[in-house]
Design a binder for this molecule. Structure first.
Ligand code: DVN
Length: 277
């Protein structure tokens, strides 16, 4: 029997070397698997976000969803998340322009839940969040960062952390585009439960109202949603400011409507649109 330098049979040495090689290879596989697992776990859910975007777009019967995705992500990818101005979303508006829904367009402020409960149950009005872009992005958070082609859904700046953040600039830009196509009799659902229903820092006040054009918009009806405890009514000072800021030539009216009446009307399939207030 042939012996190696350790005095052990060569076959035994070869077997030991083979075992060592196998263990090393196994170790290498485990290390690579762990490394991949860790990087996937750190994956900022980019694929998940894109899938949500595309699926919501397709559910909305959007055509060219992948083109709309490209126009969307170019606004913030590979950019400082506090350096995404509203104009960065101009290509997105061009890729998915808003359709004017004359006499059915509803704006809102501080009434997100009641207004969307209403528009979900009654096909009377259309809010921004009932349009393709509004529906696809509603409730989502996203951002990019310098020298990365990824979309992040965590570690992004909050609404008030910086003005030019991807989410806030998106809502400011699409709100402006939606207000630009407002036409016919427009409705705005505001809150009668706060001191200033026409709130100073709100998108409705800073972006949307000023874009209502009297060549397209005939009237603006404020539906002031009230609860048991009425804080504001239609004589509220901030609503006087609204009338001052509303473009001349657009007729204004205001209706105080209990939230319970809106809820009852939206839940009544026989109630016509015009009977809710
Ligand atoms: O007309 C509507 C609609 O078209 C929308 O695009 O803009 C108008 C509503 O915006 P608004 O007038 O600013 O009314 P709100 O209620 O003050 O704010 C609307 C939404 O913007 C909020 O519901 C927030 O969205 P979220 O977090 O509930 O999904 C967001 N928002 C506004 N100010 C914010 C804020 N989110 C966090 N911090 C803030 N300071």
């Amino acid at each position: 029997m042939e012996r190696g330098e350790t005095g052990k049979p060569r076959r035994t040495q070869r077997r030991r070397r083979l075992v060592l090689l196998l263990v090393a290879a196994l170790l290498l596989v485990v290390i690579v698997a762990v490394a991949v697992g860790v990087s996937l776990r750190q994956q900022p859910h980019q694929e998940e976000f894109k899938d949500t975007f595309i699926n919501r777009c397709k559910e909305f019967k959007g055509d060219n969803c992948s083109g709309i995705w490209e126009a969307f992500q170019q606004a913030y990818v590979n950019r400082d998340p506090c350096d995404v101005p509203v104009e960065a979303y101009d290509p997105l508006i061009a890729a998915a322009p808003f359709k004017p829904e004359c006499n059915r367009m509803m704006f809102w402020s501080k009434t997100k839940d009641v207004v969307h409960d209403f528009t979900e149950k009654k096909d009377c009005f259309v809010t921004l969040e009932d349009t393709l872009l509004g529906e696809v992005l509603d409730g989502l958070t996203w951002c990019g960062k310098k020298d990365s082609s990824e979309t992040f859904t965590s570690g992004c700046p909050g609404w008030s952390d910086c003005v030019d953040n991807p989410v806030r600039s998106f809502w400011n830009r699409v709100s402006a585009a939606y207000a630009d196509v407002a036409c016919g009799d427009v409705t705005a659902m505001l809150s009668g439960s706060i001191e200033t229903p026409f709130s100073p820092g709100s998108i409705f006040r800073t972006v949307e109202l000023k874009r209502f054009d009297s060549s397209r918009v005939n009237t603006l009806t404020v539906v002031l949603v009230t609860q048991e405890e009425k804080v504001a009514n239609c004589t509220n000072d901030s609503l006087k400011d609204l009338q001052m800021e509303l473009q001349k030539g657009i007729r204004y009216n205001c209706k105080e409507v209990p939230e319970s009446q809106i809820s009852a009307c939206s839940s009544d399939p026989t109630a016509s649109c015009g009977s809710c207030w």
